[in-house]
Design a protein around this ligand. Structure first.
Ligand code: NZQ
Ligand code: ZN
Length: 389
């Protein structure tokens, strides 16, 4: 196992009806900006409950709606202006990954006086940015998928760039996970949540053996959970047990726990982000097209772990290591398809002649040596994209 530091300060409040804790969690007498997306929280009543809870104490409340999926820098800048003008001192994100990520970016940018006027650099400089403070954040999760509610990362869109940032200051102080708030999700978003959770786990698990038993067995548990409940929670959206398990697996898949001390890949995400940036395909749907193609191209590197995955997650016990690996790839592809998510990029109308622009994006973003062994070059990426068509 590799050396590691594990740190996660986010308090989780889980369960039906737990929005009632908001009044105790958000500082009294604060100036709170409540942030949300395109309107689902208004339509389904979550915003009203949140505001009523916050009004139980003396707080100044402000609202900012309209954070779009794959949140845009320009939209977030508008919220940053409100924060500066109104001297906001607490941010409450109510929504999915896009609202939470956007809120994290806002929390950094509002306080980073060195970056005033050049806030984009907070993302373009990526992990290198060191800051002294950020606005505190709380979240109310309405879409289980990204794990953003319990991690310090975020992804935002700047024109045709979809880039991530990570800062220890952006761990939410608390996140409320009430599975019933997710009942109103369209089936396709629930399917996205299942696939995103699955692939977050894969990025941290399916590399090469390092004999990390806790991380492996826990990852395999999350993967098996997704196989067991994924389809069921799409088909039976108001079944509390099923949905509660999706919500908790989703959070645990990307809060640092299973990734501590093990090699991590993240090429599936990096290749996927370029597809979202250029073609607007939902985040999780890009992962479903890249994963099978990447495994087929990189099978020599990943064969041992693929065979372990085949055996422990899919119970494939016969055949050579290679045969088990191939069977597991096929099974995974079928699993995504069973959720109603295609594994073919051409199904989104993308053609071979559009791939050069995608590769240019990877190069522009300096993703020229990615993967767990930093050897996935733009040429190999091109092979993967071609395979995914
Ligand atoms: O905008 P509204 O009207 O709220 O509708 C949203 C949106 O259209 C809708 N929705 C959310 N909760 C709902 C609901 N509709 C009905 N009922 C509810 N309860 O769902 C749509 C998608 O929302 P979005 O937040 O975009 O989805 P998701 O949670 O999948 O987030 C995707 C974003 O997160 C990033 C992705 O790149 C993408 O930008 N990621 C963030 C990560 C992180 N911070 O760690 C890691 C991930 O790998 C990912 O990259
Ligand atoms: Zn993801």
């Amino acid at each position: 196992m590799n050396n590691f530091t594990f740190y996660n300060p986010t308090k989780i409040i889980f369960g039906k009806g737990e929005l009632k804790q908001l009044d105790d969690l958000v500082p009294k007498e604060s100036r709170v900006l409540v942030l949300y997306g395109g309107g689902s929280v208004k339509k389904f009543g979550t915003l009203d409950i949140v505001l009523n809870e916050l009004k139980k104490s003396k707080r100044e409340l402000f609202e900012f709606g309209g954070i779009e999926p794959n949140p845009k820098f320009e939209t977030l800048m508008k919220a940053i202006e409100i924060c500066r003008k109104e001297k906001i001192d607490f941010l409450l994100a109510v929504g999915g990954g896009s609202v939470m990520d956007g809120t994290k970016f806002i929390s950094l940018a509002v306080s980073a006086s060195d970056y005033f006027g050049r806030e984009k650099d907070l993302v373009y400089s990526g992990r290198g940015v060191s800051l002294k403070s950020a606005l505190p954040i709380g979240t109310v999760v309405t879409l289980p998928a990204t794990g953003s509610e319990m991690n310090s990362g975020g992804v935002i869109t700047l024109g045709k760039d979809k880039l991530s940032f990570n800062n220890i200051l952006t761990f939410p102080q608390f996140s409320i996970l009430d599975p019933t708030l997710t009942y109103t999700l369209p089936a396709t978003q629930v399917a996205n949540g299942v696939v995103d959770t699955f692939v977050h786990t894969i990025e941290q698990y399916l590399t090469y053996p390092i004999n990390a038993t806790f991380q492996d067995r826990t990852s395999e548990g999350i993967l098996k959970s997704m196989l067991e409940i994924g389809k069921k929670t799409i088909d039976d959206p108001t079944n509390y047990d099923l949905r509660a398990n999706l919500v908790w697996n989703s959070t645990m898949a990307l809060n640092g726990l299973i990734g501590a001390g093990v090699p991590q890949d993240w090429s599936i995400h990096i290749l996927g982000h370029e597809l979202t940036a250029i073609f607007g395909i939902d985040h999780a749907k890009t992962l479903a097209v890249i994963l099978p193609a990447l495994w087929k191209i990189r099978i020599d590197k990943k064969e041992e772990k693929l065979a372990q995955y085949a055996q422990r997650v899919w119970h494939i016990t016969t055949g050579t290591t290679r045969e088990k690996a191939l069977k597991a790839i096929q099974k995974t592809e079928e699993f995504f398809q069973s959720l109603g998510i295609t594994t073919k990029l051409s199904d989104y109308g993308v053609t071979e002649n559009q791939l050069d622009e995608v590769i240019e994006g990877l190069k522009r973003h300096k993703f020229t040596a990615i993967s767990e062994t930093s050897d996935l070059t733009p040429d190999i990426a091109k092979e993967i994209y071609l395979k995914s068509l």
